[in-house]
Write a protein that binds this ligand. Sequence first.
Ligand code: UDP
Length: 647
Amino acid sequence: MRVLNKWIQKEPSKNAITILKDRYFLKDGEGNYLESTWDEVAKRIARHVAAAEVNYTNDIEEIKNAEEHFYQLIKSRIFLPNSPTIFNAGKTMDRQLFKKDIEETTLEDYKTIFDSRTKHNMLSACFVIPMDDSMSAIFDAVKNAALIMKYGGGVGYDFSVLRPKGSSIAGTGGKSSGPISFMHVFNTAASTIEQGGARRAAQMAVLRYDHPDVFDFINSKKDNKGNNVLNYFNISVNIDNPKEFKKMLEEDGDLTLEHPASSIRKTIKANDLMNKMVENAWKTGDPGMLFLGRHNQYYAMSEHTPVTATNPCGEEPLPPFGSCNLGSIDVAKLVEDMDLGNPNSPDISEFQEIVYWAVRFLDDVIESNIYPLKEIEEISKKQRFIGLGMMGLADALYKKELPYNSEQARKFMAKLTAELAYFSHVASTELAKERGNFPDFQRSKYPNGFIPFPMLDDEIDEDIKVWNEKIRQHFQGEATKYKRNVQTNTIAPTGSISNLADTSSGIEPNFLLSYVRYMTNKEGDRVPLSYINPILMEKIGTNMTEELKAEIIEKGSIQNIDSIPNEIKKIFVTSMDIPPKDHLLAQHVIQSYLDASCSKTINMPKSSTIEDVKAIYLQALELNLKGLTIYRDGSLETQVLTSSSQE
Ligand code: UDP
């Protein structure tokens, strides 16, 4: 593929290599590096995942063809799988099998790779673990979660099933200590685990808005200074029906807090709940809101296995014991040569091909994955969740000279996501024809012509109308018979992999145009990684004096630099330059074409008031969102990135 060839030649930056070395290159038992180049990593992942094709064919050429496509996608960094796939593929296996040239690799080699997989080869980033309202079930869940986190997966839980604090316990005659006390147990367990030997564990706690302990839940991270209280948790309040809740707020209605396993009942004002959520979110960013009713509306298996929580960053709703492996296409690289989002683009088949191979890769990961629990393996193989998304959106917009906070950019985002969703679903249908439907297909909503996302109105744009028509035809036609994966699209934060790809993360605007990022290496030393956005560097060209560079590094944004022309300022906006409502609208248009969800933070300036935060929370209840996370600048002490002036 033409565009892959161009990027295969480009080596990762110095920053990317530093991260690879610290977190991703394989090491032996004594800590000696077994790898030293990106090429070796790409080959290892491609071969490990392609080995899953032995389940479908004995034709060695077909398997090699798959490996070659996977290798090109990864080596070019046009597509990267989630971190666990990068650091766990091929781990603890015979190195010689990965060193052979592809020409010399035999069918036996692929079979050996497939058969020698062990618990170390856990490849997914996202899990949801259920618990029952009993001591043994809670501690089973702690153990299950620990196993997942150990190998690099993030875990979400619905704590709503636990009876509220103070409820009677029949067996002991005592009183329950409530869901928040148990969250601390999970938090402590997580604190002892270093994921894949490389990073912190991450968890999501969900609680229903009408659980009697909801105020304790909302307050559970109130005193968080970033590193002390429940620091291995994000917390989200589940409001099943956001429009109904909004009505309750407008009518200043009462809300009854109750739980099926308890006699505790409290009546509160819905507005008091909202105000508390907003106040705490203003202080620390937590809690977020989650709309599981909407998730289930667009989930093809909700009638049998409704989703109950999301993974830690909120982009992947899953049923109990669900898992999902993610991958992201770097659209910033592609926009240089492709007219993405345009349904009449002459190179559209090339993008379709990239998406096909990315979907096939993620579908193969389901087979080549080793699951931490048999319950997880069962549902993951019955429904076959995959999450293909994108990274590099902000850099793509810089290259296309579209300000992130403009109507034009939003149309581009919608068309691009529609195109990605359409081709992903077409690929999943093609794979189903070759490999069979996901086993639960007949019980799902797909045979009835179900469309797994809301879509935007036809009227807003001619191209959107074209994508909508293609999507409708697909889901009313072939998709009623063939679907390999229950869900296909998720947009991850890509917090680490976007650095490997030297691109902006996920669908977020750039947080800063330049920064010094401190990475703590294995020895515990803080290593500075300095960065200035390369697209901006190129745009300013020879006018980029050393003095100007220093000023950009100092400020992180260019909005208050007089010597930079207004046209450039308009395009090169950062998270904090963008009004919160434009963050929300970007999330809305992108979410309209996602069957799963996306990771997005609504960044707000430090000066925002509690009322400003409330306005965003209220707007989120109205739009077609599946959740909301806000972050007010400076509200947590451990902000991940800071411009150099703040360091
Ligand atoms: N995740 C995790 N720990 C981390 C970062 C991520 O468990 O420190 C999981 C979590 O489920 C998150 C998902 O990985 O939602 C994807 O995160 P991201 O895209 O940032 O990961 P990357 O693949 O870039 O490492």
